[in-house]
Design a protein around this ligand. Structure first.
Ligand code: EPZ
Length: 426
């Protein structure tokens, strides 16, 4: 398993272009299975999660190429809707394929995606939404087999604004007979991007970005070329890294309107932030101030995917901050690792009480999940001395070579990969 060795204490400076959004690209790749022909998607970053999704599509018979951040799919050769369990286990987001494959083939076989480090990750809302549209769903152990000659439009209310369930139901409804409405829908920008993509192929979807989405079923779609939005979580990660190292960074190819909650929090800590079109400038030379209370909630509130990163900044702040995690029940696994670096954080149920310290110290730490790993990299950049981050594959799921990306801003990060006889070389 790769490691990152980080020399801390150096402020980040310079400018960086933000990659395309993983959480927009994954449902859009799945939605491409709704149409027969050549679909081209631009600004798709090279990530482990994208690789897994493309391998699943190839396993189902689709031709898929990924060159220079452009994915070209030929979905005309798609011949199967049985997702292998081994591939499903590699990435739970393969659940996004349920809706499109059911709509295209009338049946789909998947496997319970299972939980992960951050929580149980249930899929009951996905299944109940498809049942409401007439799907027959048989669950045998971990295997789930769905049938539907043709899905029918329905009125669906989500008990909670699940991003994945909203997207799966949207995709299933595109070719259904009649009208589908989703109330209490998730409002994330990635859902708006999915609506734009599907409508550019002839779908009739309205309301993404609000809590009620309407989908008029159509007979068929027409292939298109599409560019996904910039990644708001990668943008936020770099912004926090700039603040935690007391640097001056310009971020290009961003969507500032997708980050209003983070910008508000960072300004409360005293970080200077300016926005000009798709450019965000972040700068600070002083110790951050504590923020008395931050609560993760569905978009447009403060995103759970930036909780661990902001916690690093607050661990260095002057005063006590409280972070409450309301989305995932296991998303504080980075706290133990930060404590090994000198952070003073106490967890009580789903709240973390963070007493800022004047500095963190380098240590050997382990990434437990994607965003926790990114937070440990930020901590290593801000800490005094050397930090080794292990289990880096978690980070590679969502960041395209994080060491290269941050290296462009002056970060001293070296990746070490084990070779067969267990030596490690840069
Ligand atoms: C998406 O996951 C994102 N992943 C996550 O980003 C993100 O953290 C999450 O939305 C919340 O914003 C992708 O888009 C690929 P949910 P998803 O369904 O769809 C519960 C990252 O770091 N729930 O909104 O799985 C669930 O257990 C990843 O990039 C049910 O109870 O999130 C969780 O507690 C991590 N039943 C909560 O809802 C269901 O049927 C939110 O889940 C579905 C979800």
């Amino acid at each position: 398993m790769d490691k990152l060795v980080i020399e801390g204490g150096k402020p980040l400076s310079g400018s960086i272009v933000i990659q395309g959004a993983k959480n927009a690209a994954l449902p859009i790749l799945a939605a491409s299975m709704l149409v027969e022909g050549i679909v081209t998607i631009d600004q798709v970053p090279k990530l482990l999660d994208i690789d897994v999704m493309l391998n699943i599509l190839r396993e189902l018979g689709c031709r898929a190429e990924h060159e220079d951040e452009t994915v070209t799919l030929d979905t005309s050769s798609l011949h199967s809707s049985h997702i292998p369990e081994a591939l499903m286990r590699q990435m739970r987001s393969s659940i996004f394929l349920m809706g499109p494959l059911l709509a295209r083939f009338g049946e789909v076989t998947i496997y319970q995606p299972g939980g992960c480090a951050i929580g149980e990750r249930k899929i009951d809302l996905h299944l109940s939404g498809l049942r409401a549209m007439g799907a027959q769903i048989d669950e045998e152990d971990s295997r789930i087999v769905c049938y539907a000659k043709r899905l029918k439009g329905a009125e669906i209310h989500l008990d909670l604004p699940s991003v994945g369930a909203t997207e799966n139901i949207m995709m299933a409804a595109v070719l259904a007979e009649g009208l589908t409405t989703i109330s209490n829908a998730a409002r994330e920008p990635e859902i708006q991007d999915l609506q734009h993509f599907l409508n550019s192929m002839g779908a009739k979807i309205y309301g993404a970005g609000t809590d009620t989405i309407t989908i008029e079923g159509v007979e068929k779609l027409t292939p298109c070329r599409y560019q996904v939005i910039p990644d708001r979580i990668v943008t936020g990660t770099v912004m926090v890294a700039a603040a935690a190292t007391r640097g001056q960074v310009t971020l290009l190819n961003t969507c500032p309107s997708h980050l209003t909650s983070l910008i508000h929090v960072l300004r409360r800590t005293g970080v200077q932030i300016t926005v000009d079109g798709d450019i965000i400038k972040v700068g600070t030379a002083s110790r951050p101030k504590a923020v008395d209370r931050i609560v993760t909630s569905p978009y447009p509130a403060f995103p759970t995917d930036l909780q661990s990163q902001v916690m690093v900044l607050l661990a260095l702040a002057d005063g006590v901050s409280v972070m409450k995690e309301t989305i995932f029940e296991g998303r504080f696994k980075h706290v133990d690792e930060l404590s090994r670096m000198g952070a003073d954080i106490r967890v009580d149920l789903n709240s973390a009480f963070i007493r800022g310290v004047s500095r963190l110290y380098g240590a050997t730490v382990e990434a437990t999940d994607l965003r926790a790993g990114a937070a440990l990299v930020i901590a290593g950049l801000a800490a005094q001395g050397k930090t080794i981050v292990e289990q880096v594959h978690h980070i590679d799921r969502g960041y395209d070579r994080i060491e290269t990306m941050l290296g462009r801003l002056g970060a001293k990060i070296t990746r070490y990969s084990p070779v067969p006889n267990n030596q490690i070389v840069p």
